[in-house]
Design a protein around this ligand. Structure first.
Ligand code: CA
Length: 224
């Protein structure tokens, strides 16, 4: 059964971004736009995980977090406005299990969500295979055949996104939103640059190409 995630976030753009991405990943998603509504939803719906924004109208996120924590052990991922140590300490003090500073890319959030859910349900799939490429989410290791491949965080997230959606064309827009975030604006060739990096690492020994270009649309993980 799909895991239920409650998103407590007043900012429409971010709430929509989270809802769209999480539904795409197979979660059930409910959004509350303020703290009181969020607390009521948490009581009624018993979500498997709560994503909670710190800056909320009315009851702020820290207070919501304290009250949620007093009522149970549902994992809480807190979204903070800035990555300051003080904010982080306040969030963790109020009982959050993890926190993420805005702005963030969807893949970053998804990795945190899955890690928190794994603590509760340790059997979730962590190893992805495509052809001779193996990606382990838990250890963040990637191999091709017997060869270990060192990837940066963004390269890993990008490959992980492809490995979860094999043989599907992922559009440039989808990839930008997932890997670079909802605040990523404008024309850019950064994606093409990263695809080049990934290909050069994946094809170091002249192995067959697995990341294919669909001209004008995007890229797909596919054998030639
Ligand atoms: Ca907010």
């Amino acid at each position: 059964m799909a895991e239920k995630i409650l998103v407590i976030e007043d900012e429409q753009k971010i709430a929509d971004f989270l809802k769209r991405g999480l539904i795409y990943e197979g979660f059930q998603v409910q959004v509350a736009r303020d703290g009181e509504t969020g607390l009521a939803s948490a009581r009624d719906q018993l979500p498997d995980l709560v994503i909670l924004d710190v800056m909320l109208p009315g009851l702020d996120g820290l207070e919501v977090c304290r009250r949620l924590r007093a009522g149970g052990s549902t994992p809480i991922l807190m979204l903070t406005a800035k990555d300051s140590v003080a904010d982080r300490v306040k969030g963790l003090d109020s009982g959050a299990d993890d926190y993420l500073a805005k702005p963030f890319a969807f893949e970053e959030l998804l990795a945190r969500v899955r890690a928190l859910l794994r603590r509760v349900r340790p059997n979730e799939e962590t190893i992805f295979r495509f052809a001779d490429v193996v990606l382990n989410v838990a250890t963040r290791q990637v191999t091709r055949g017997a060869r270990k491949i060192e990837l940066t965080t963004k390269e890993f997230d990008l490959l992980h996104y492809f490995m979860r959606n094999p043989r599907q064309v992922l559009t440039r827009e989808q990839i930008y939103e997932r890997i670079w975030g909802y605040d990523f604006e404008g024309e850019s060739n950064i994606l093409d640059v990263y695809i080049r990096y990934l290909r050069s690492k994946l094809e170091l020994n002249n192995e067959p190409r697995v990341l294919q270009t669909t001209r004008g649309v995007g890229y797909a993980l596919r054998e030639e």
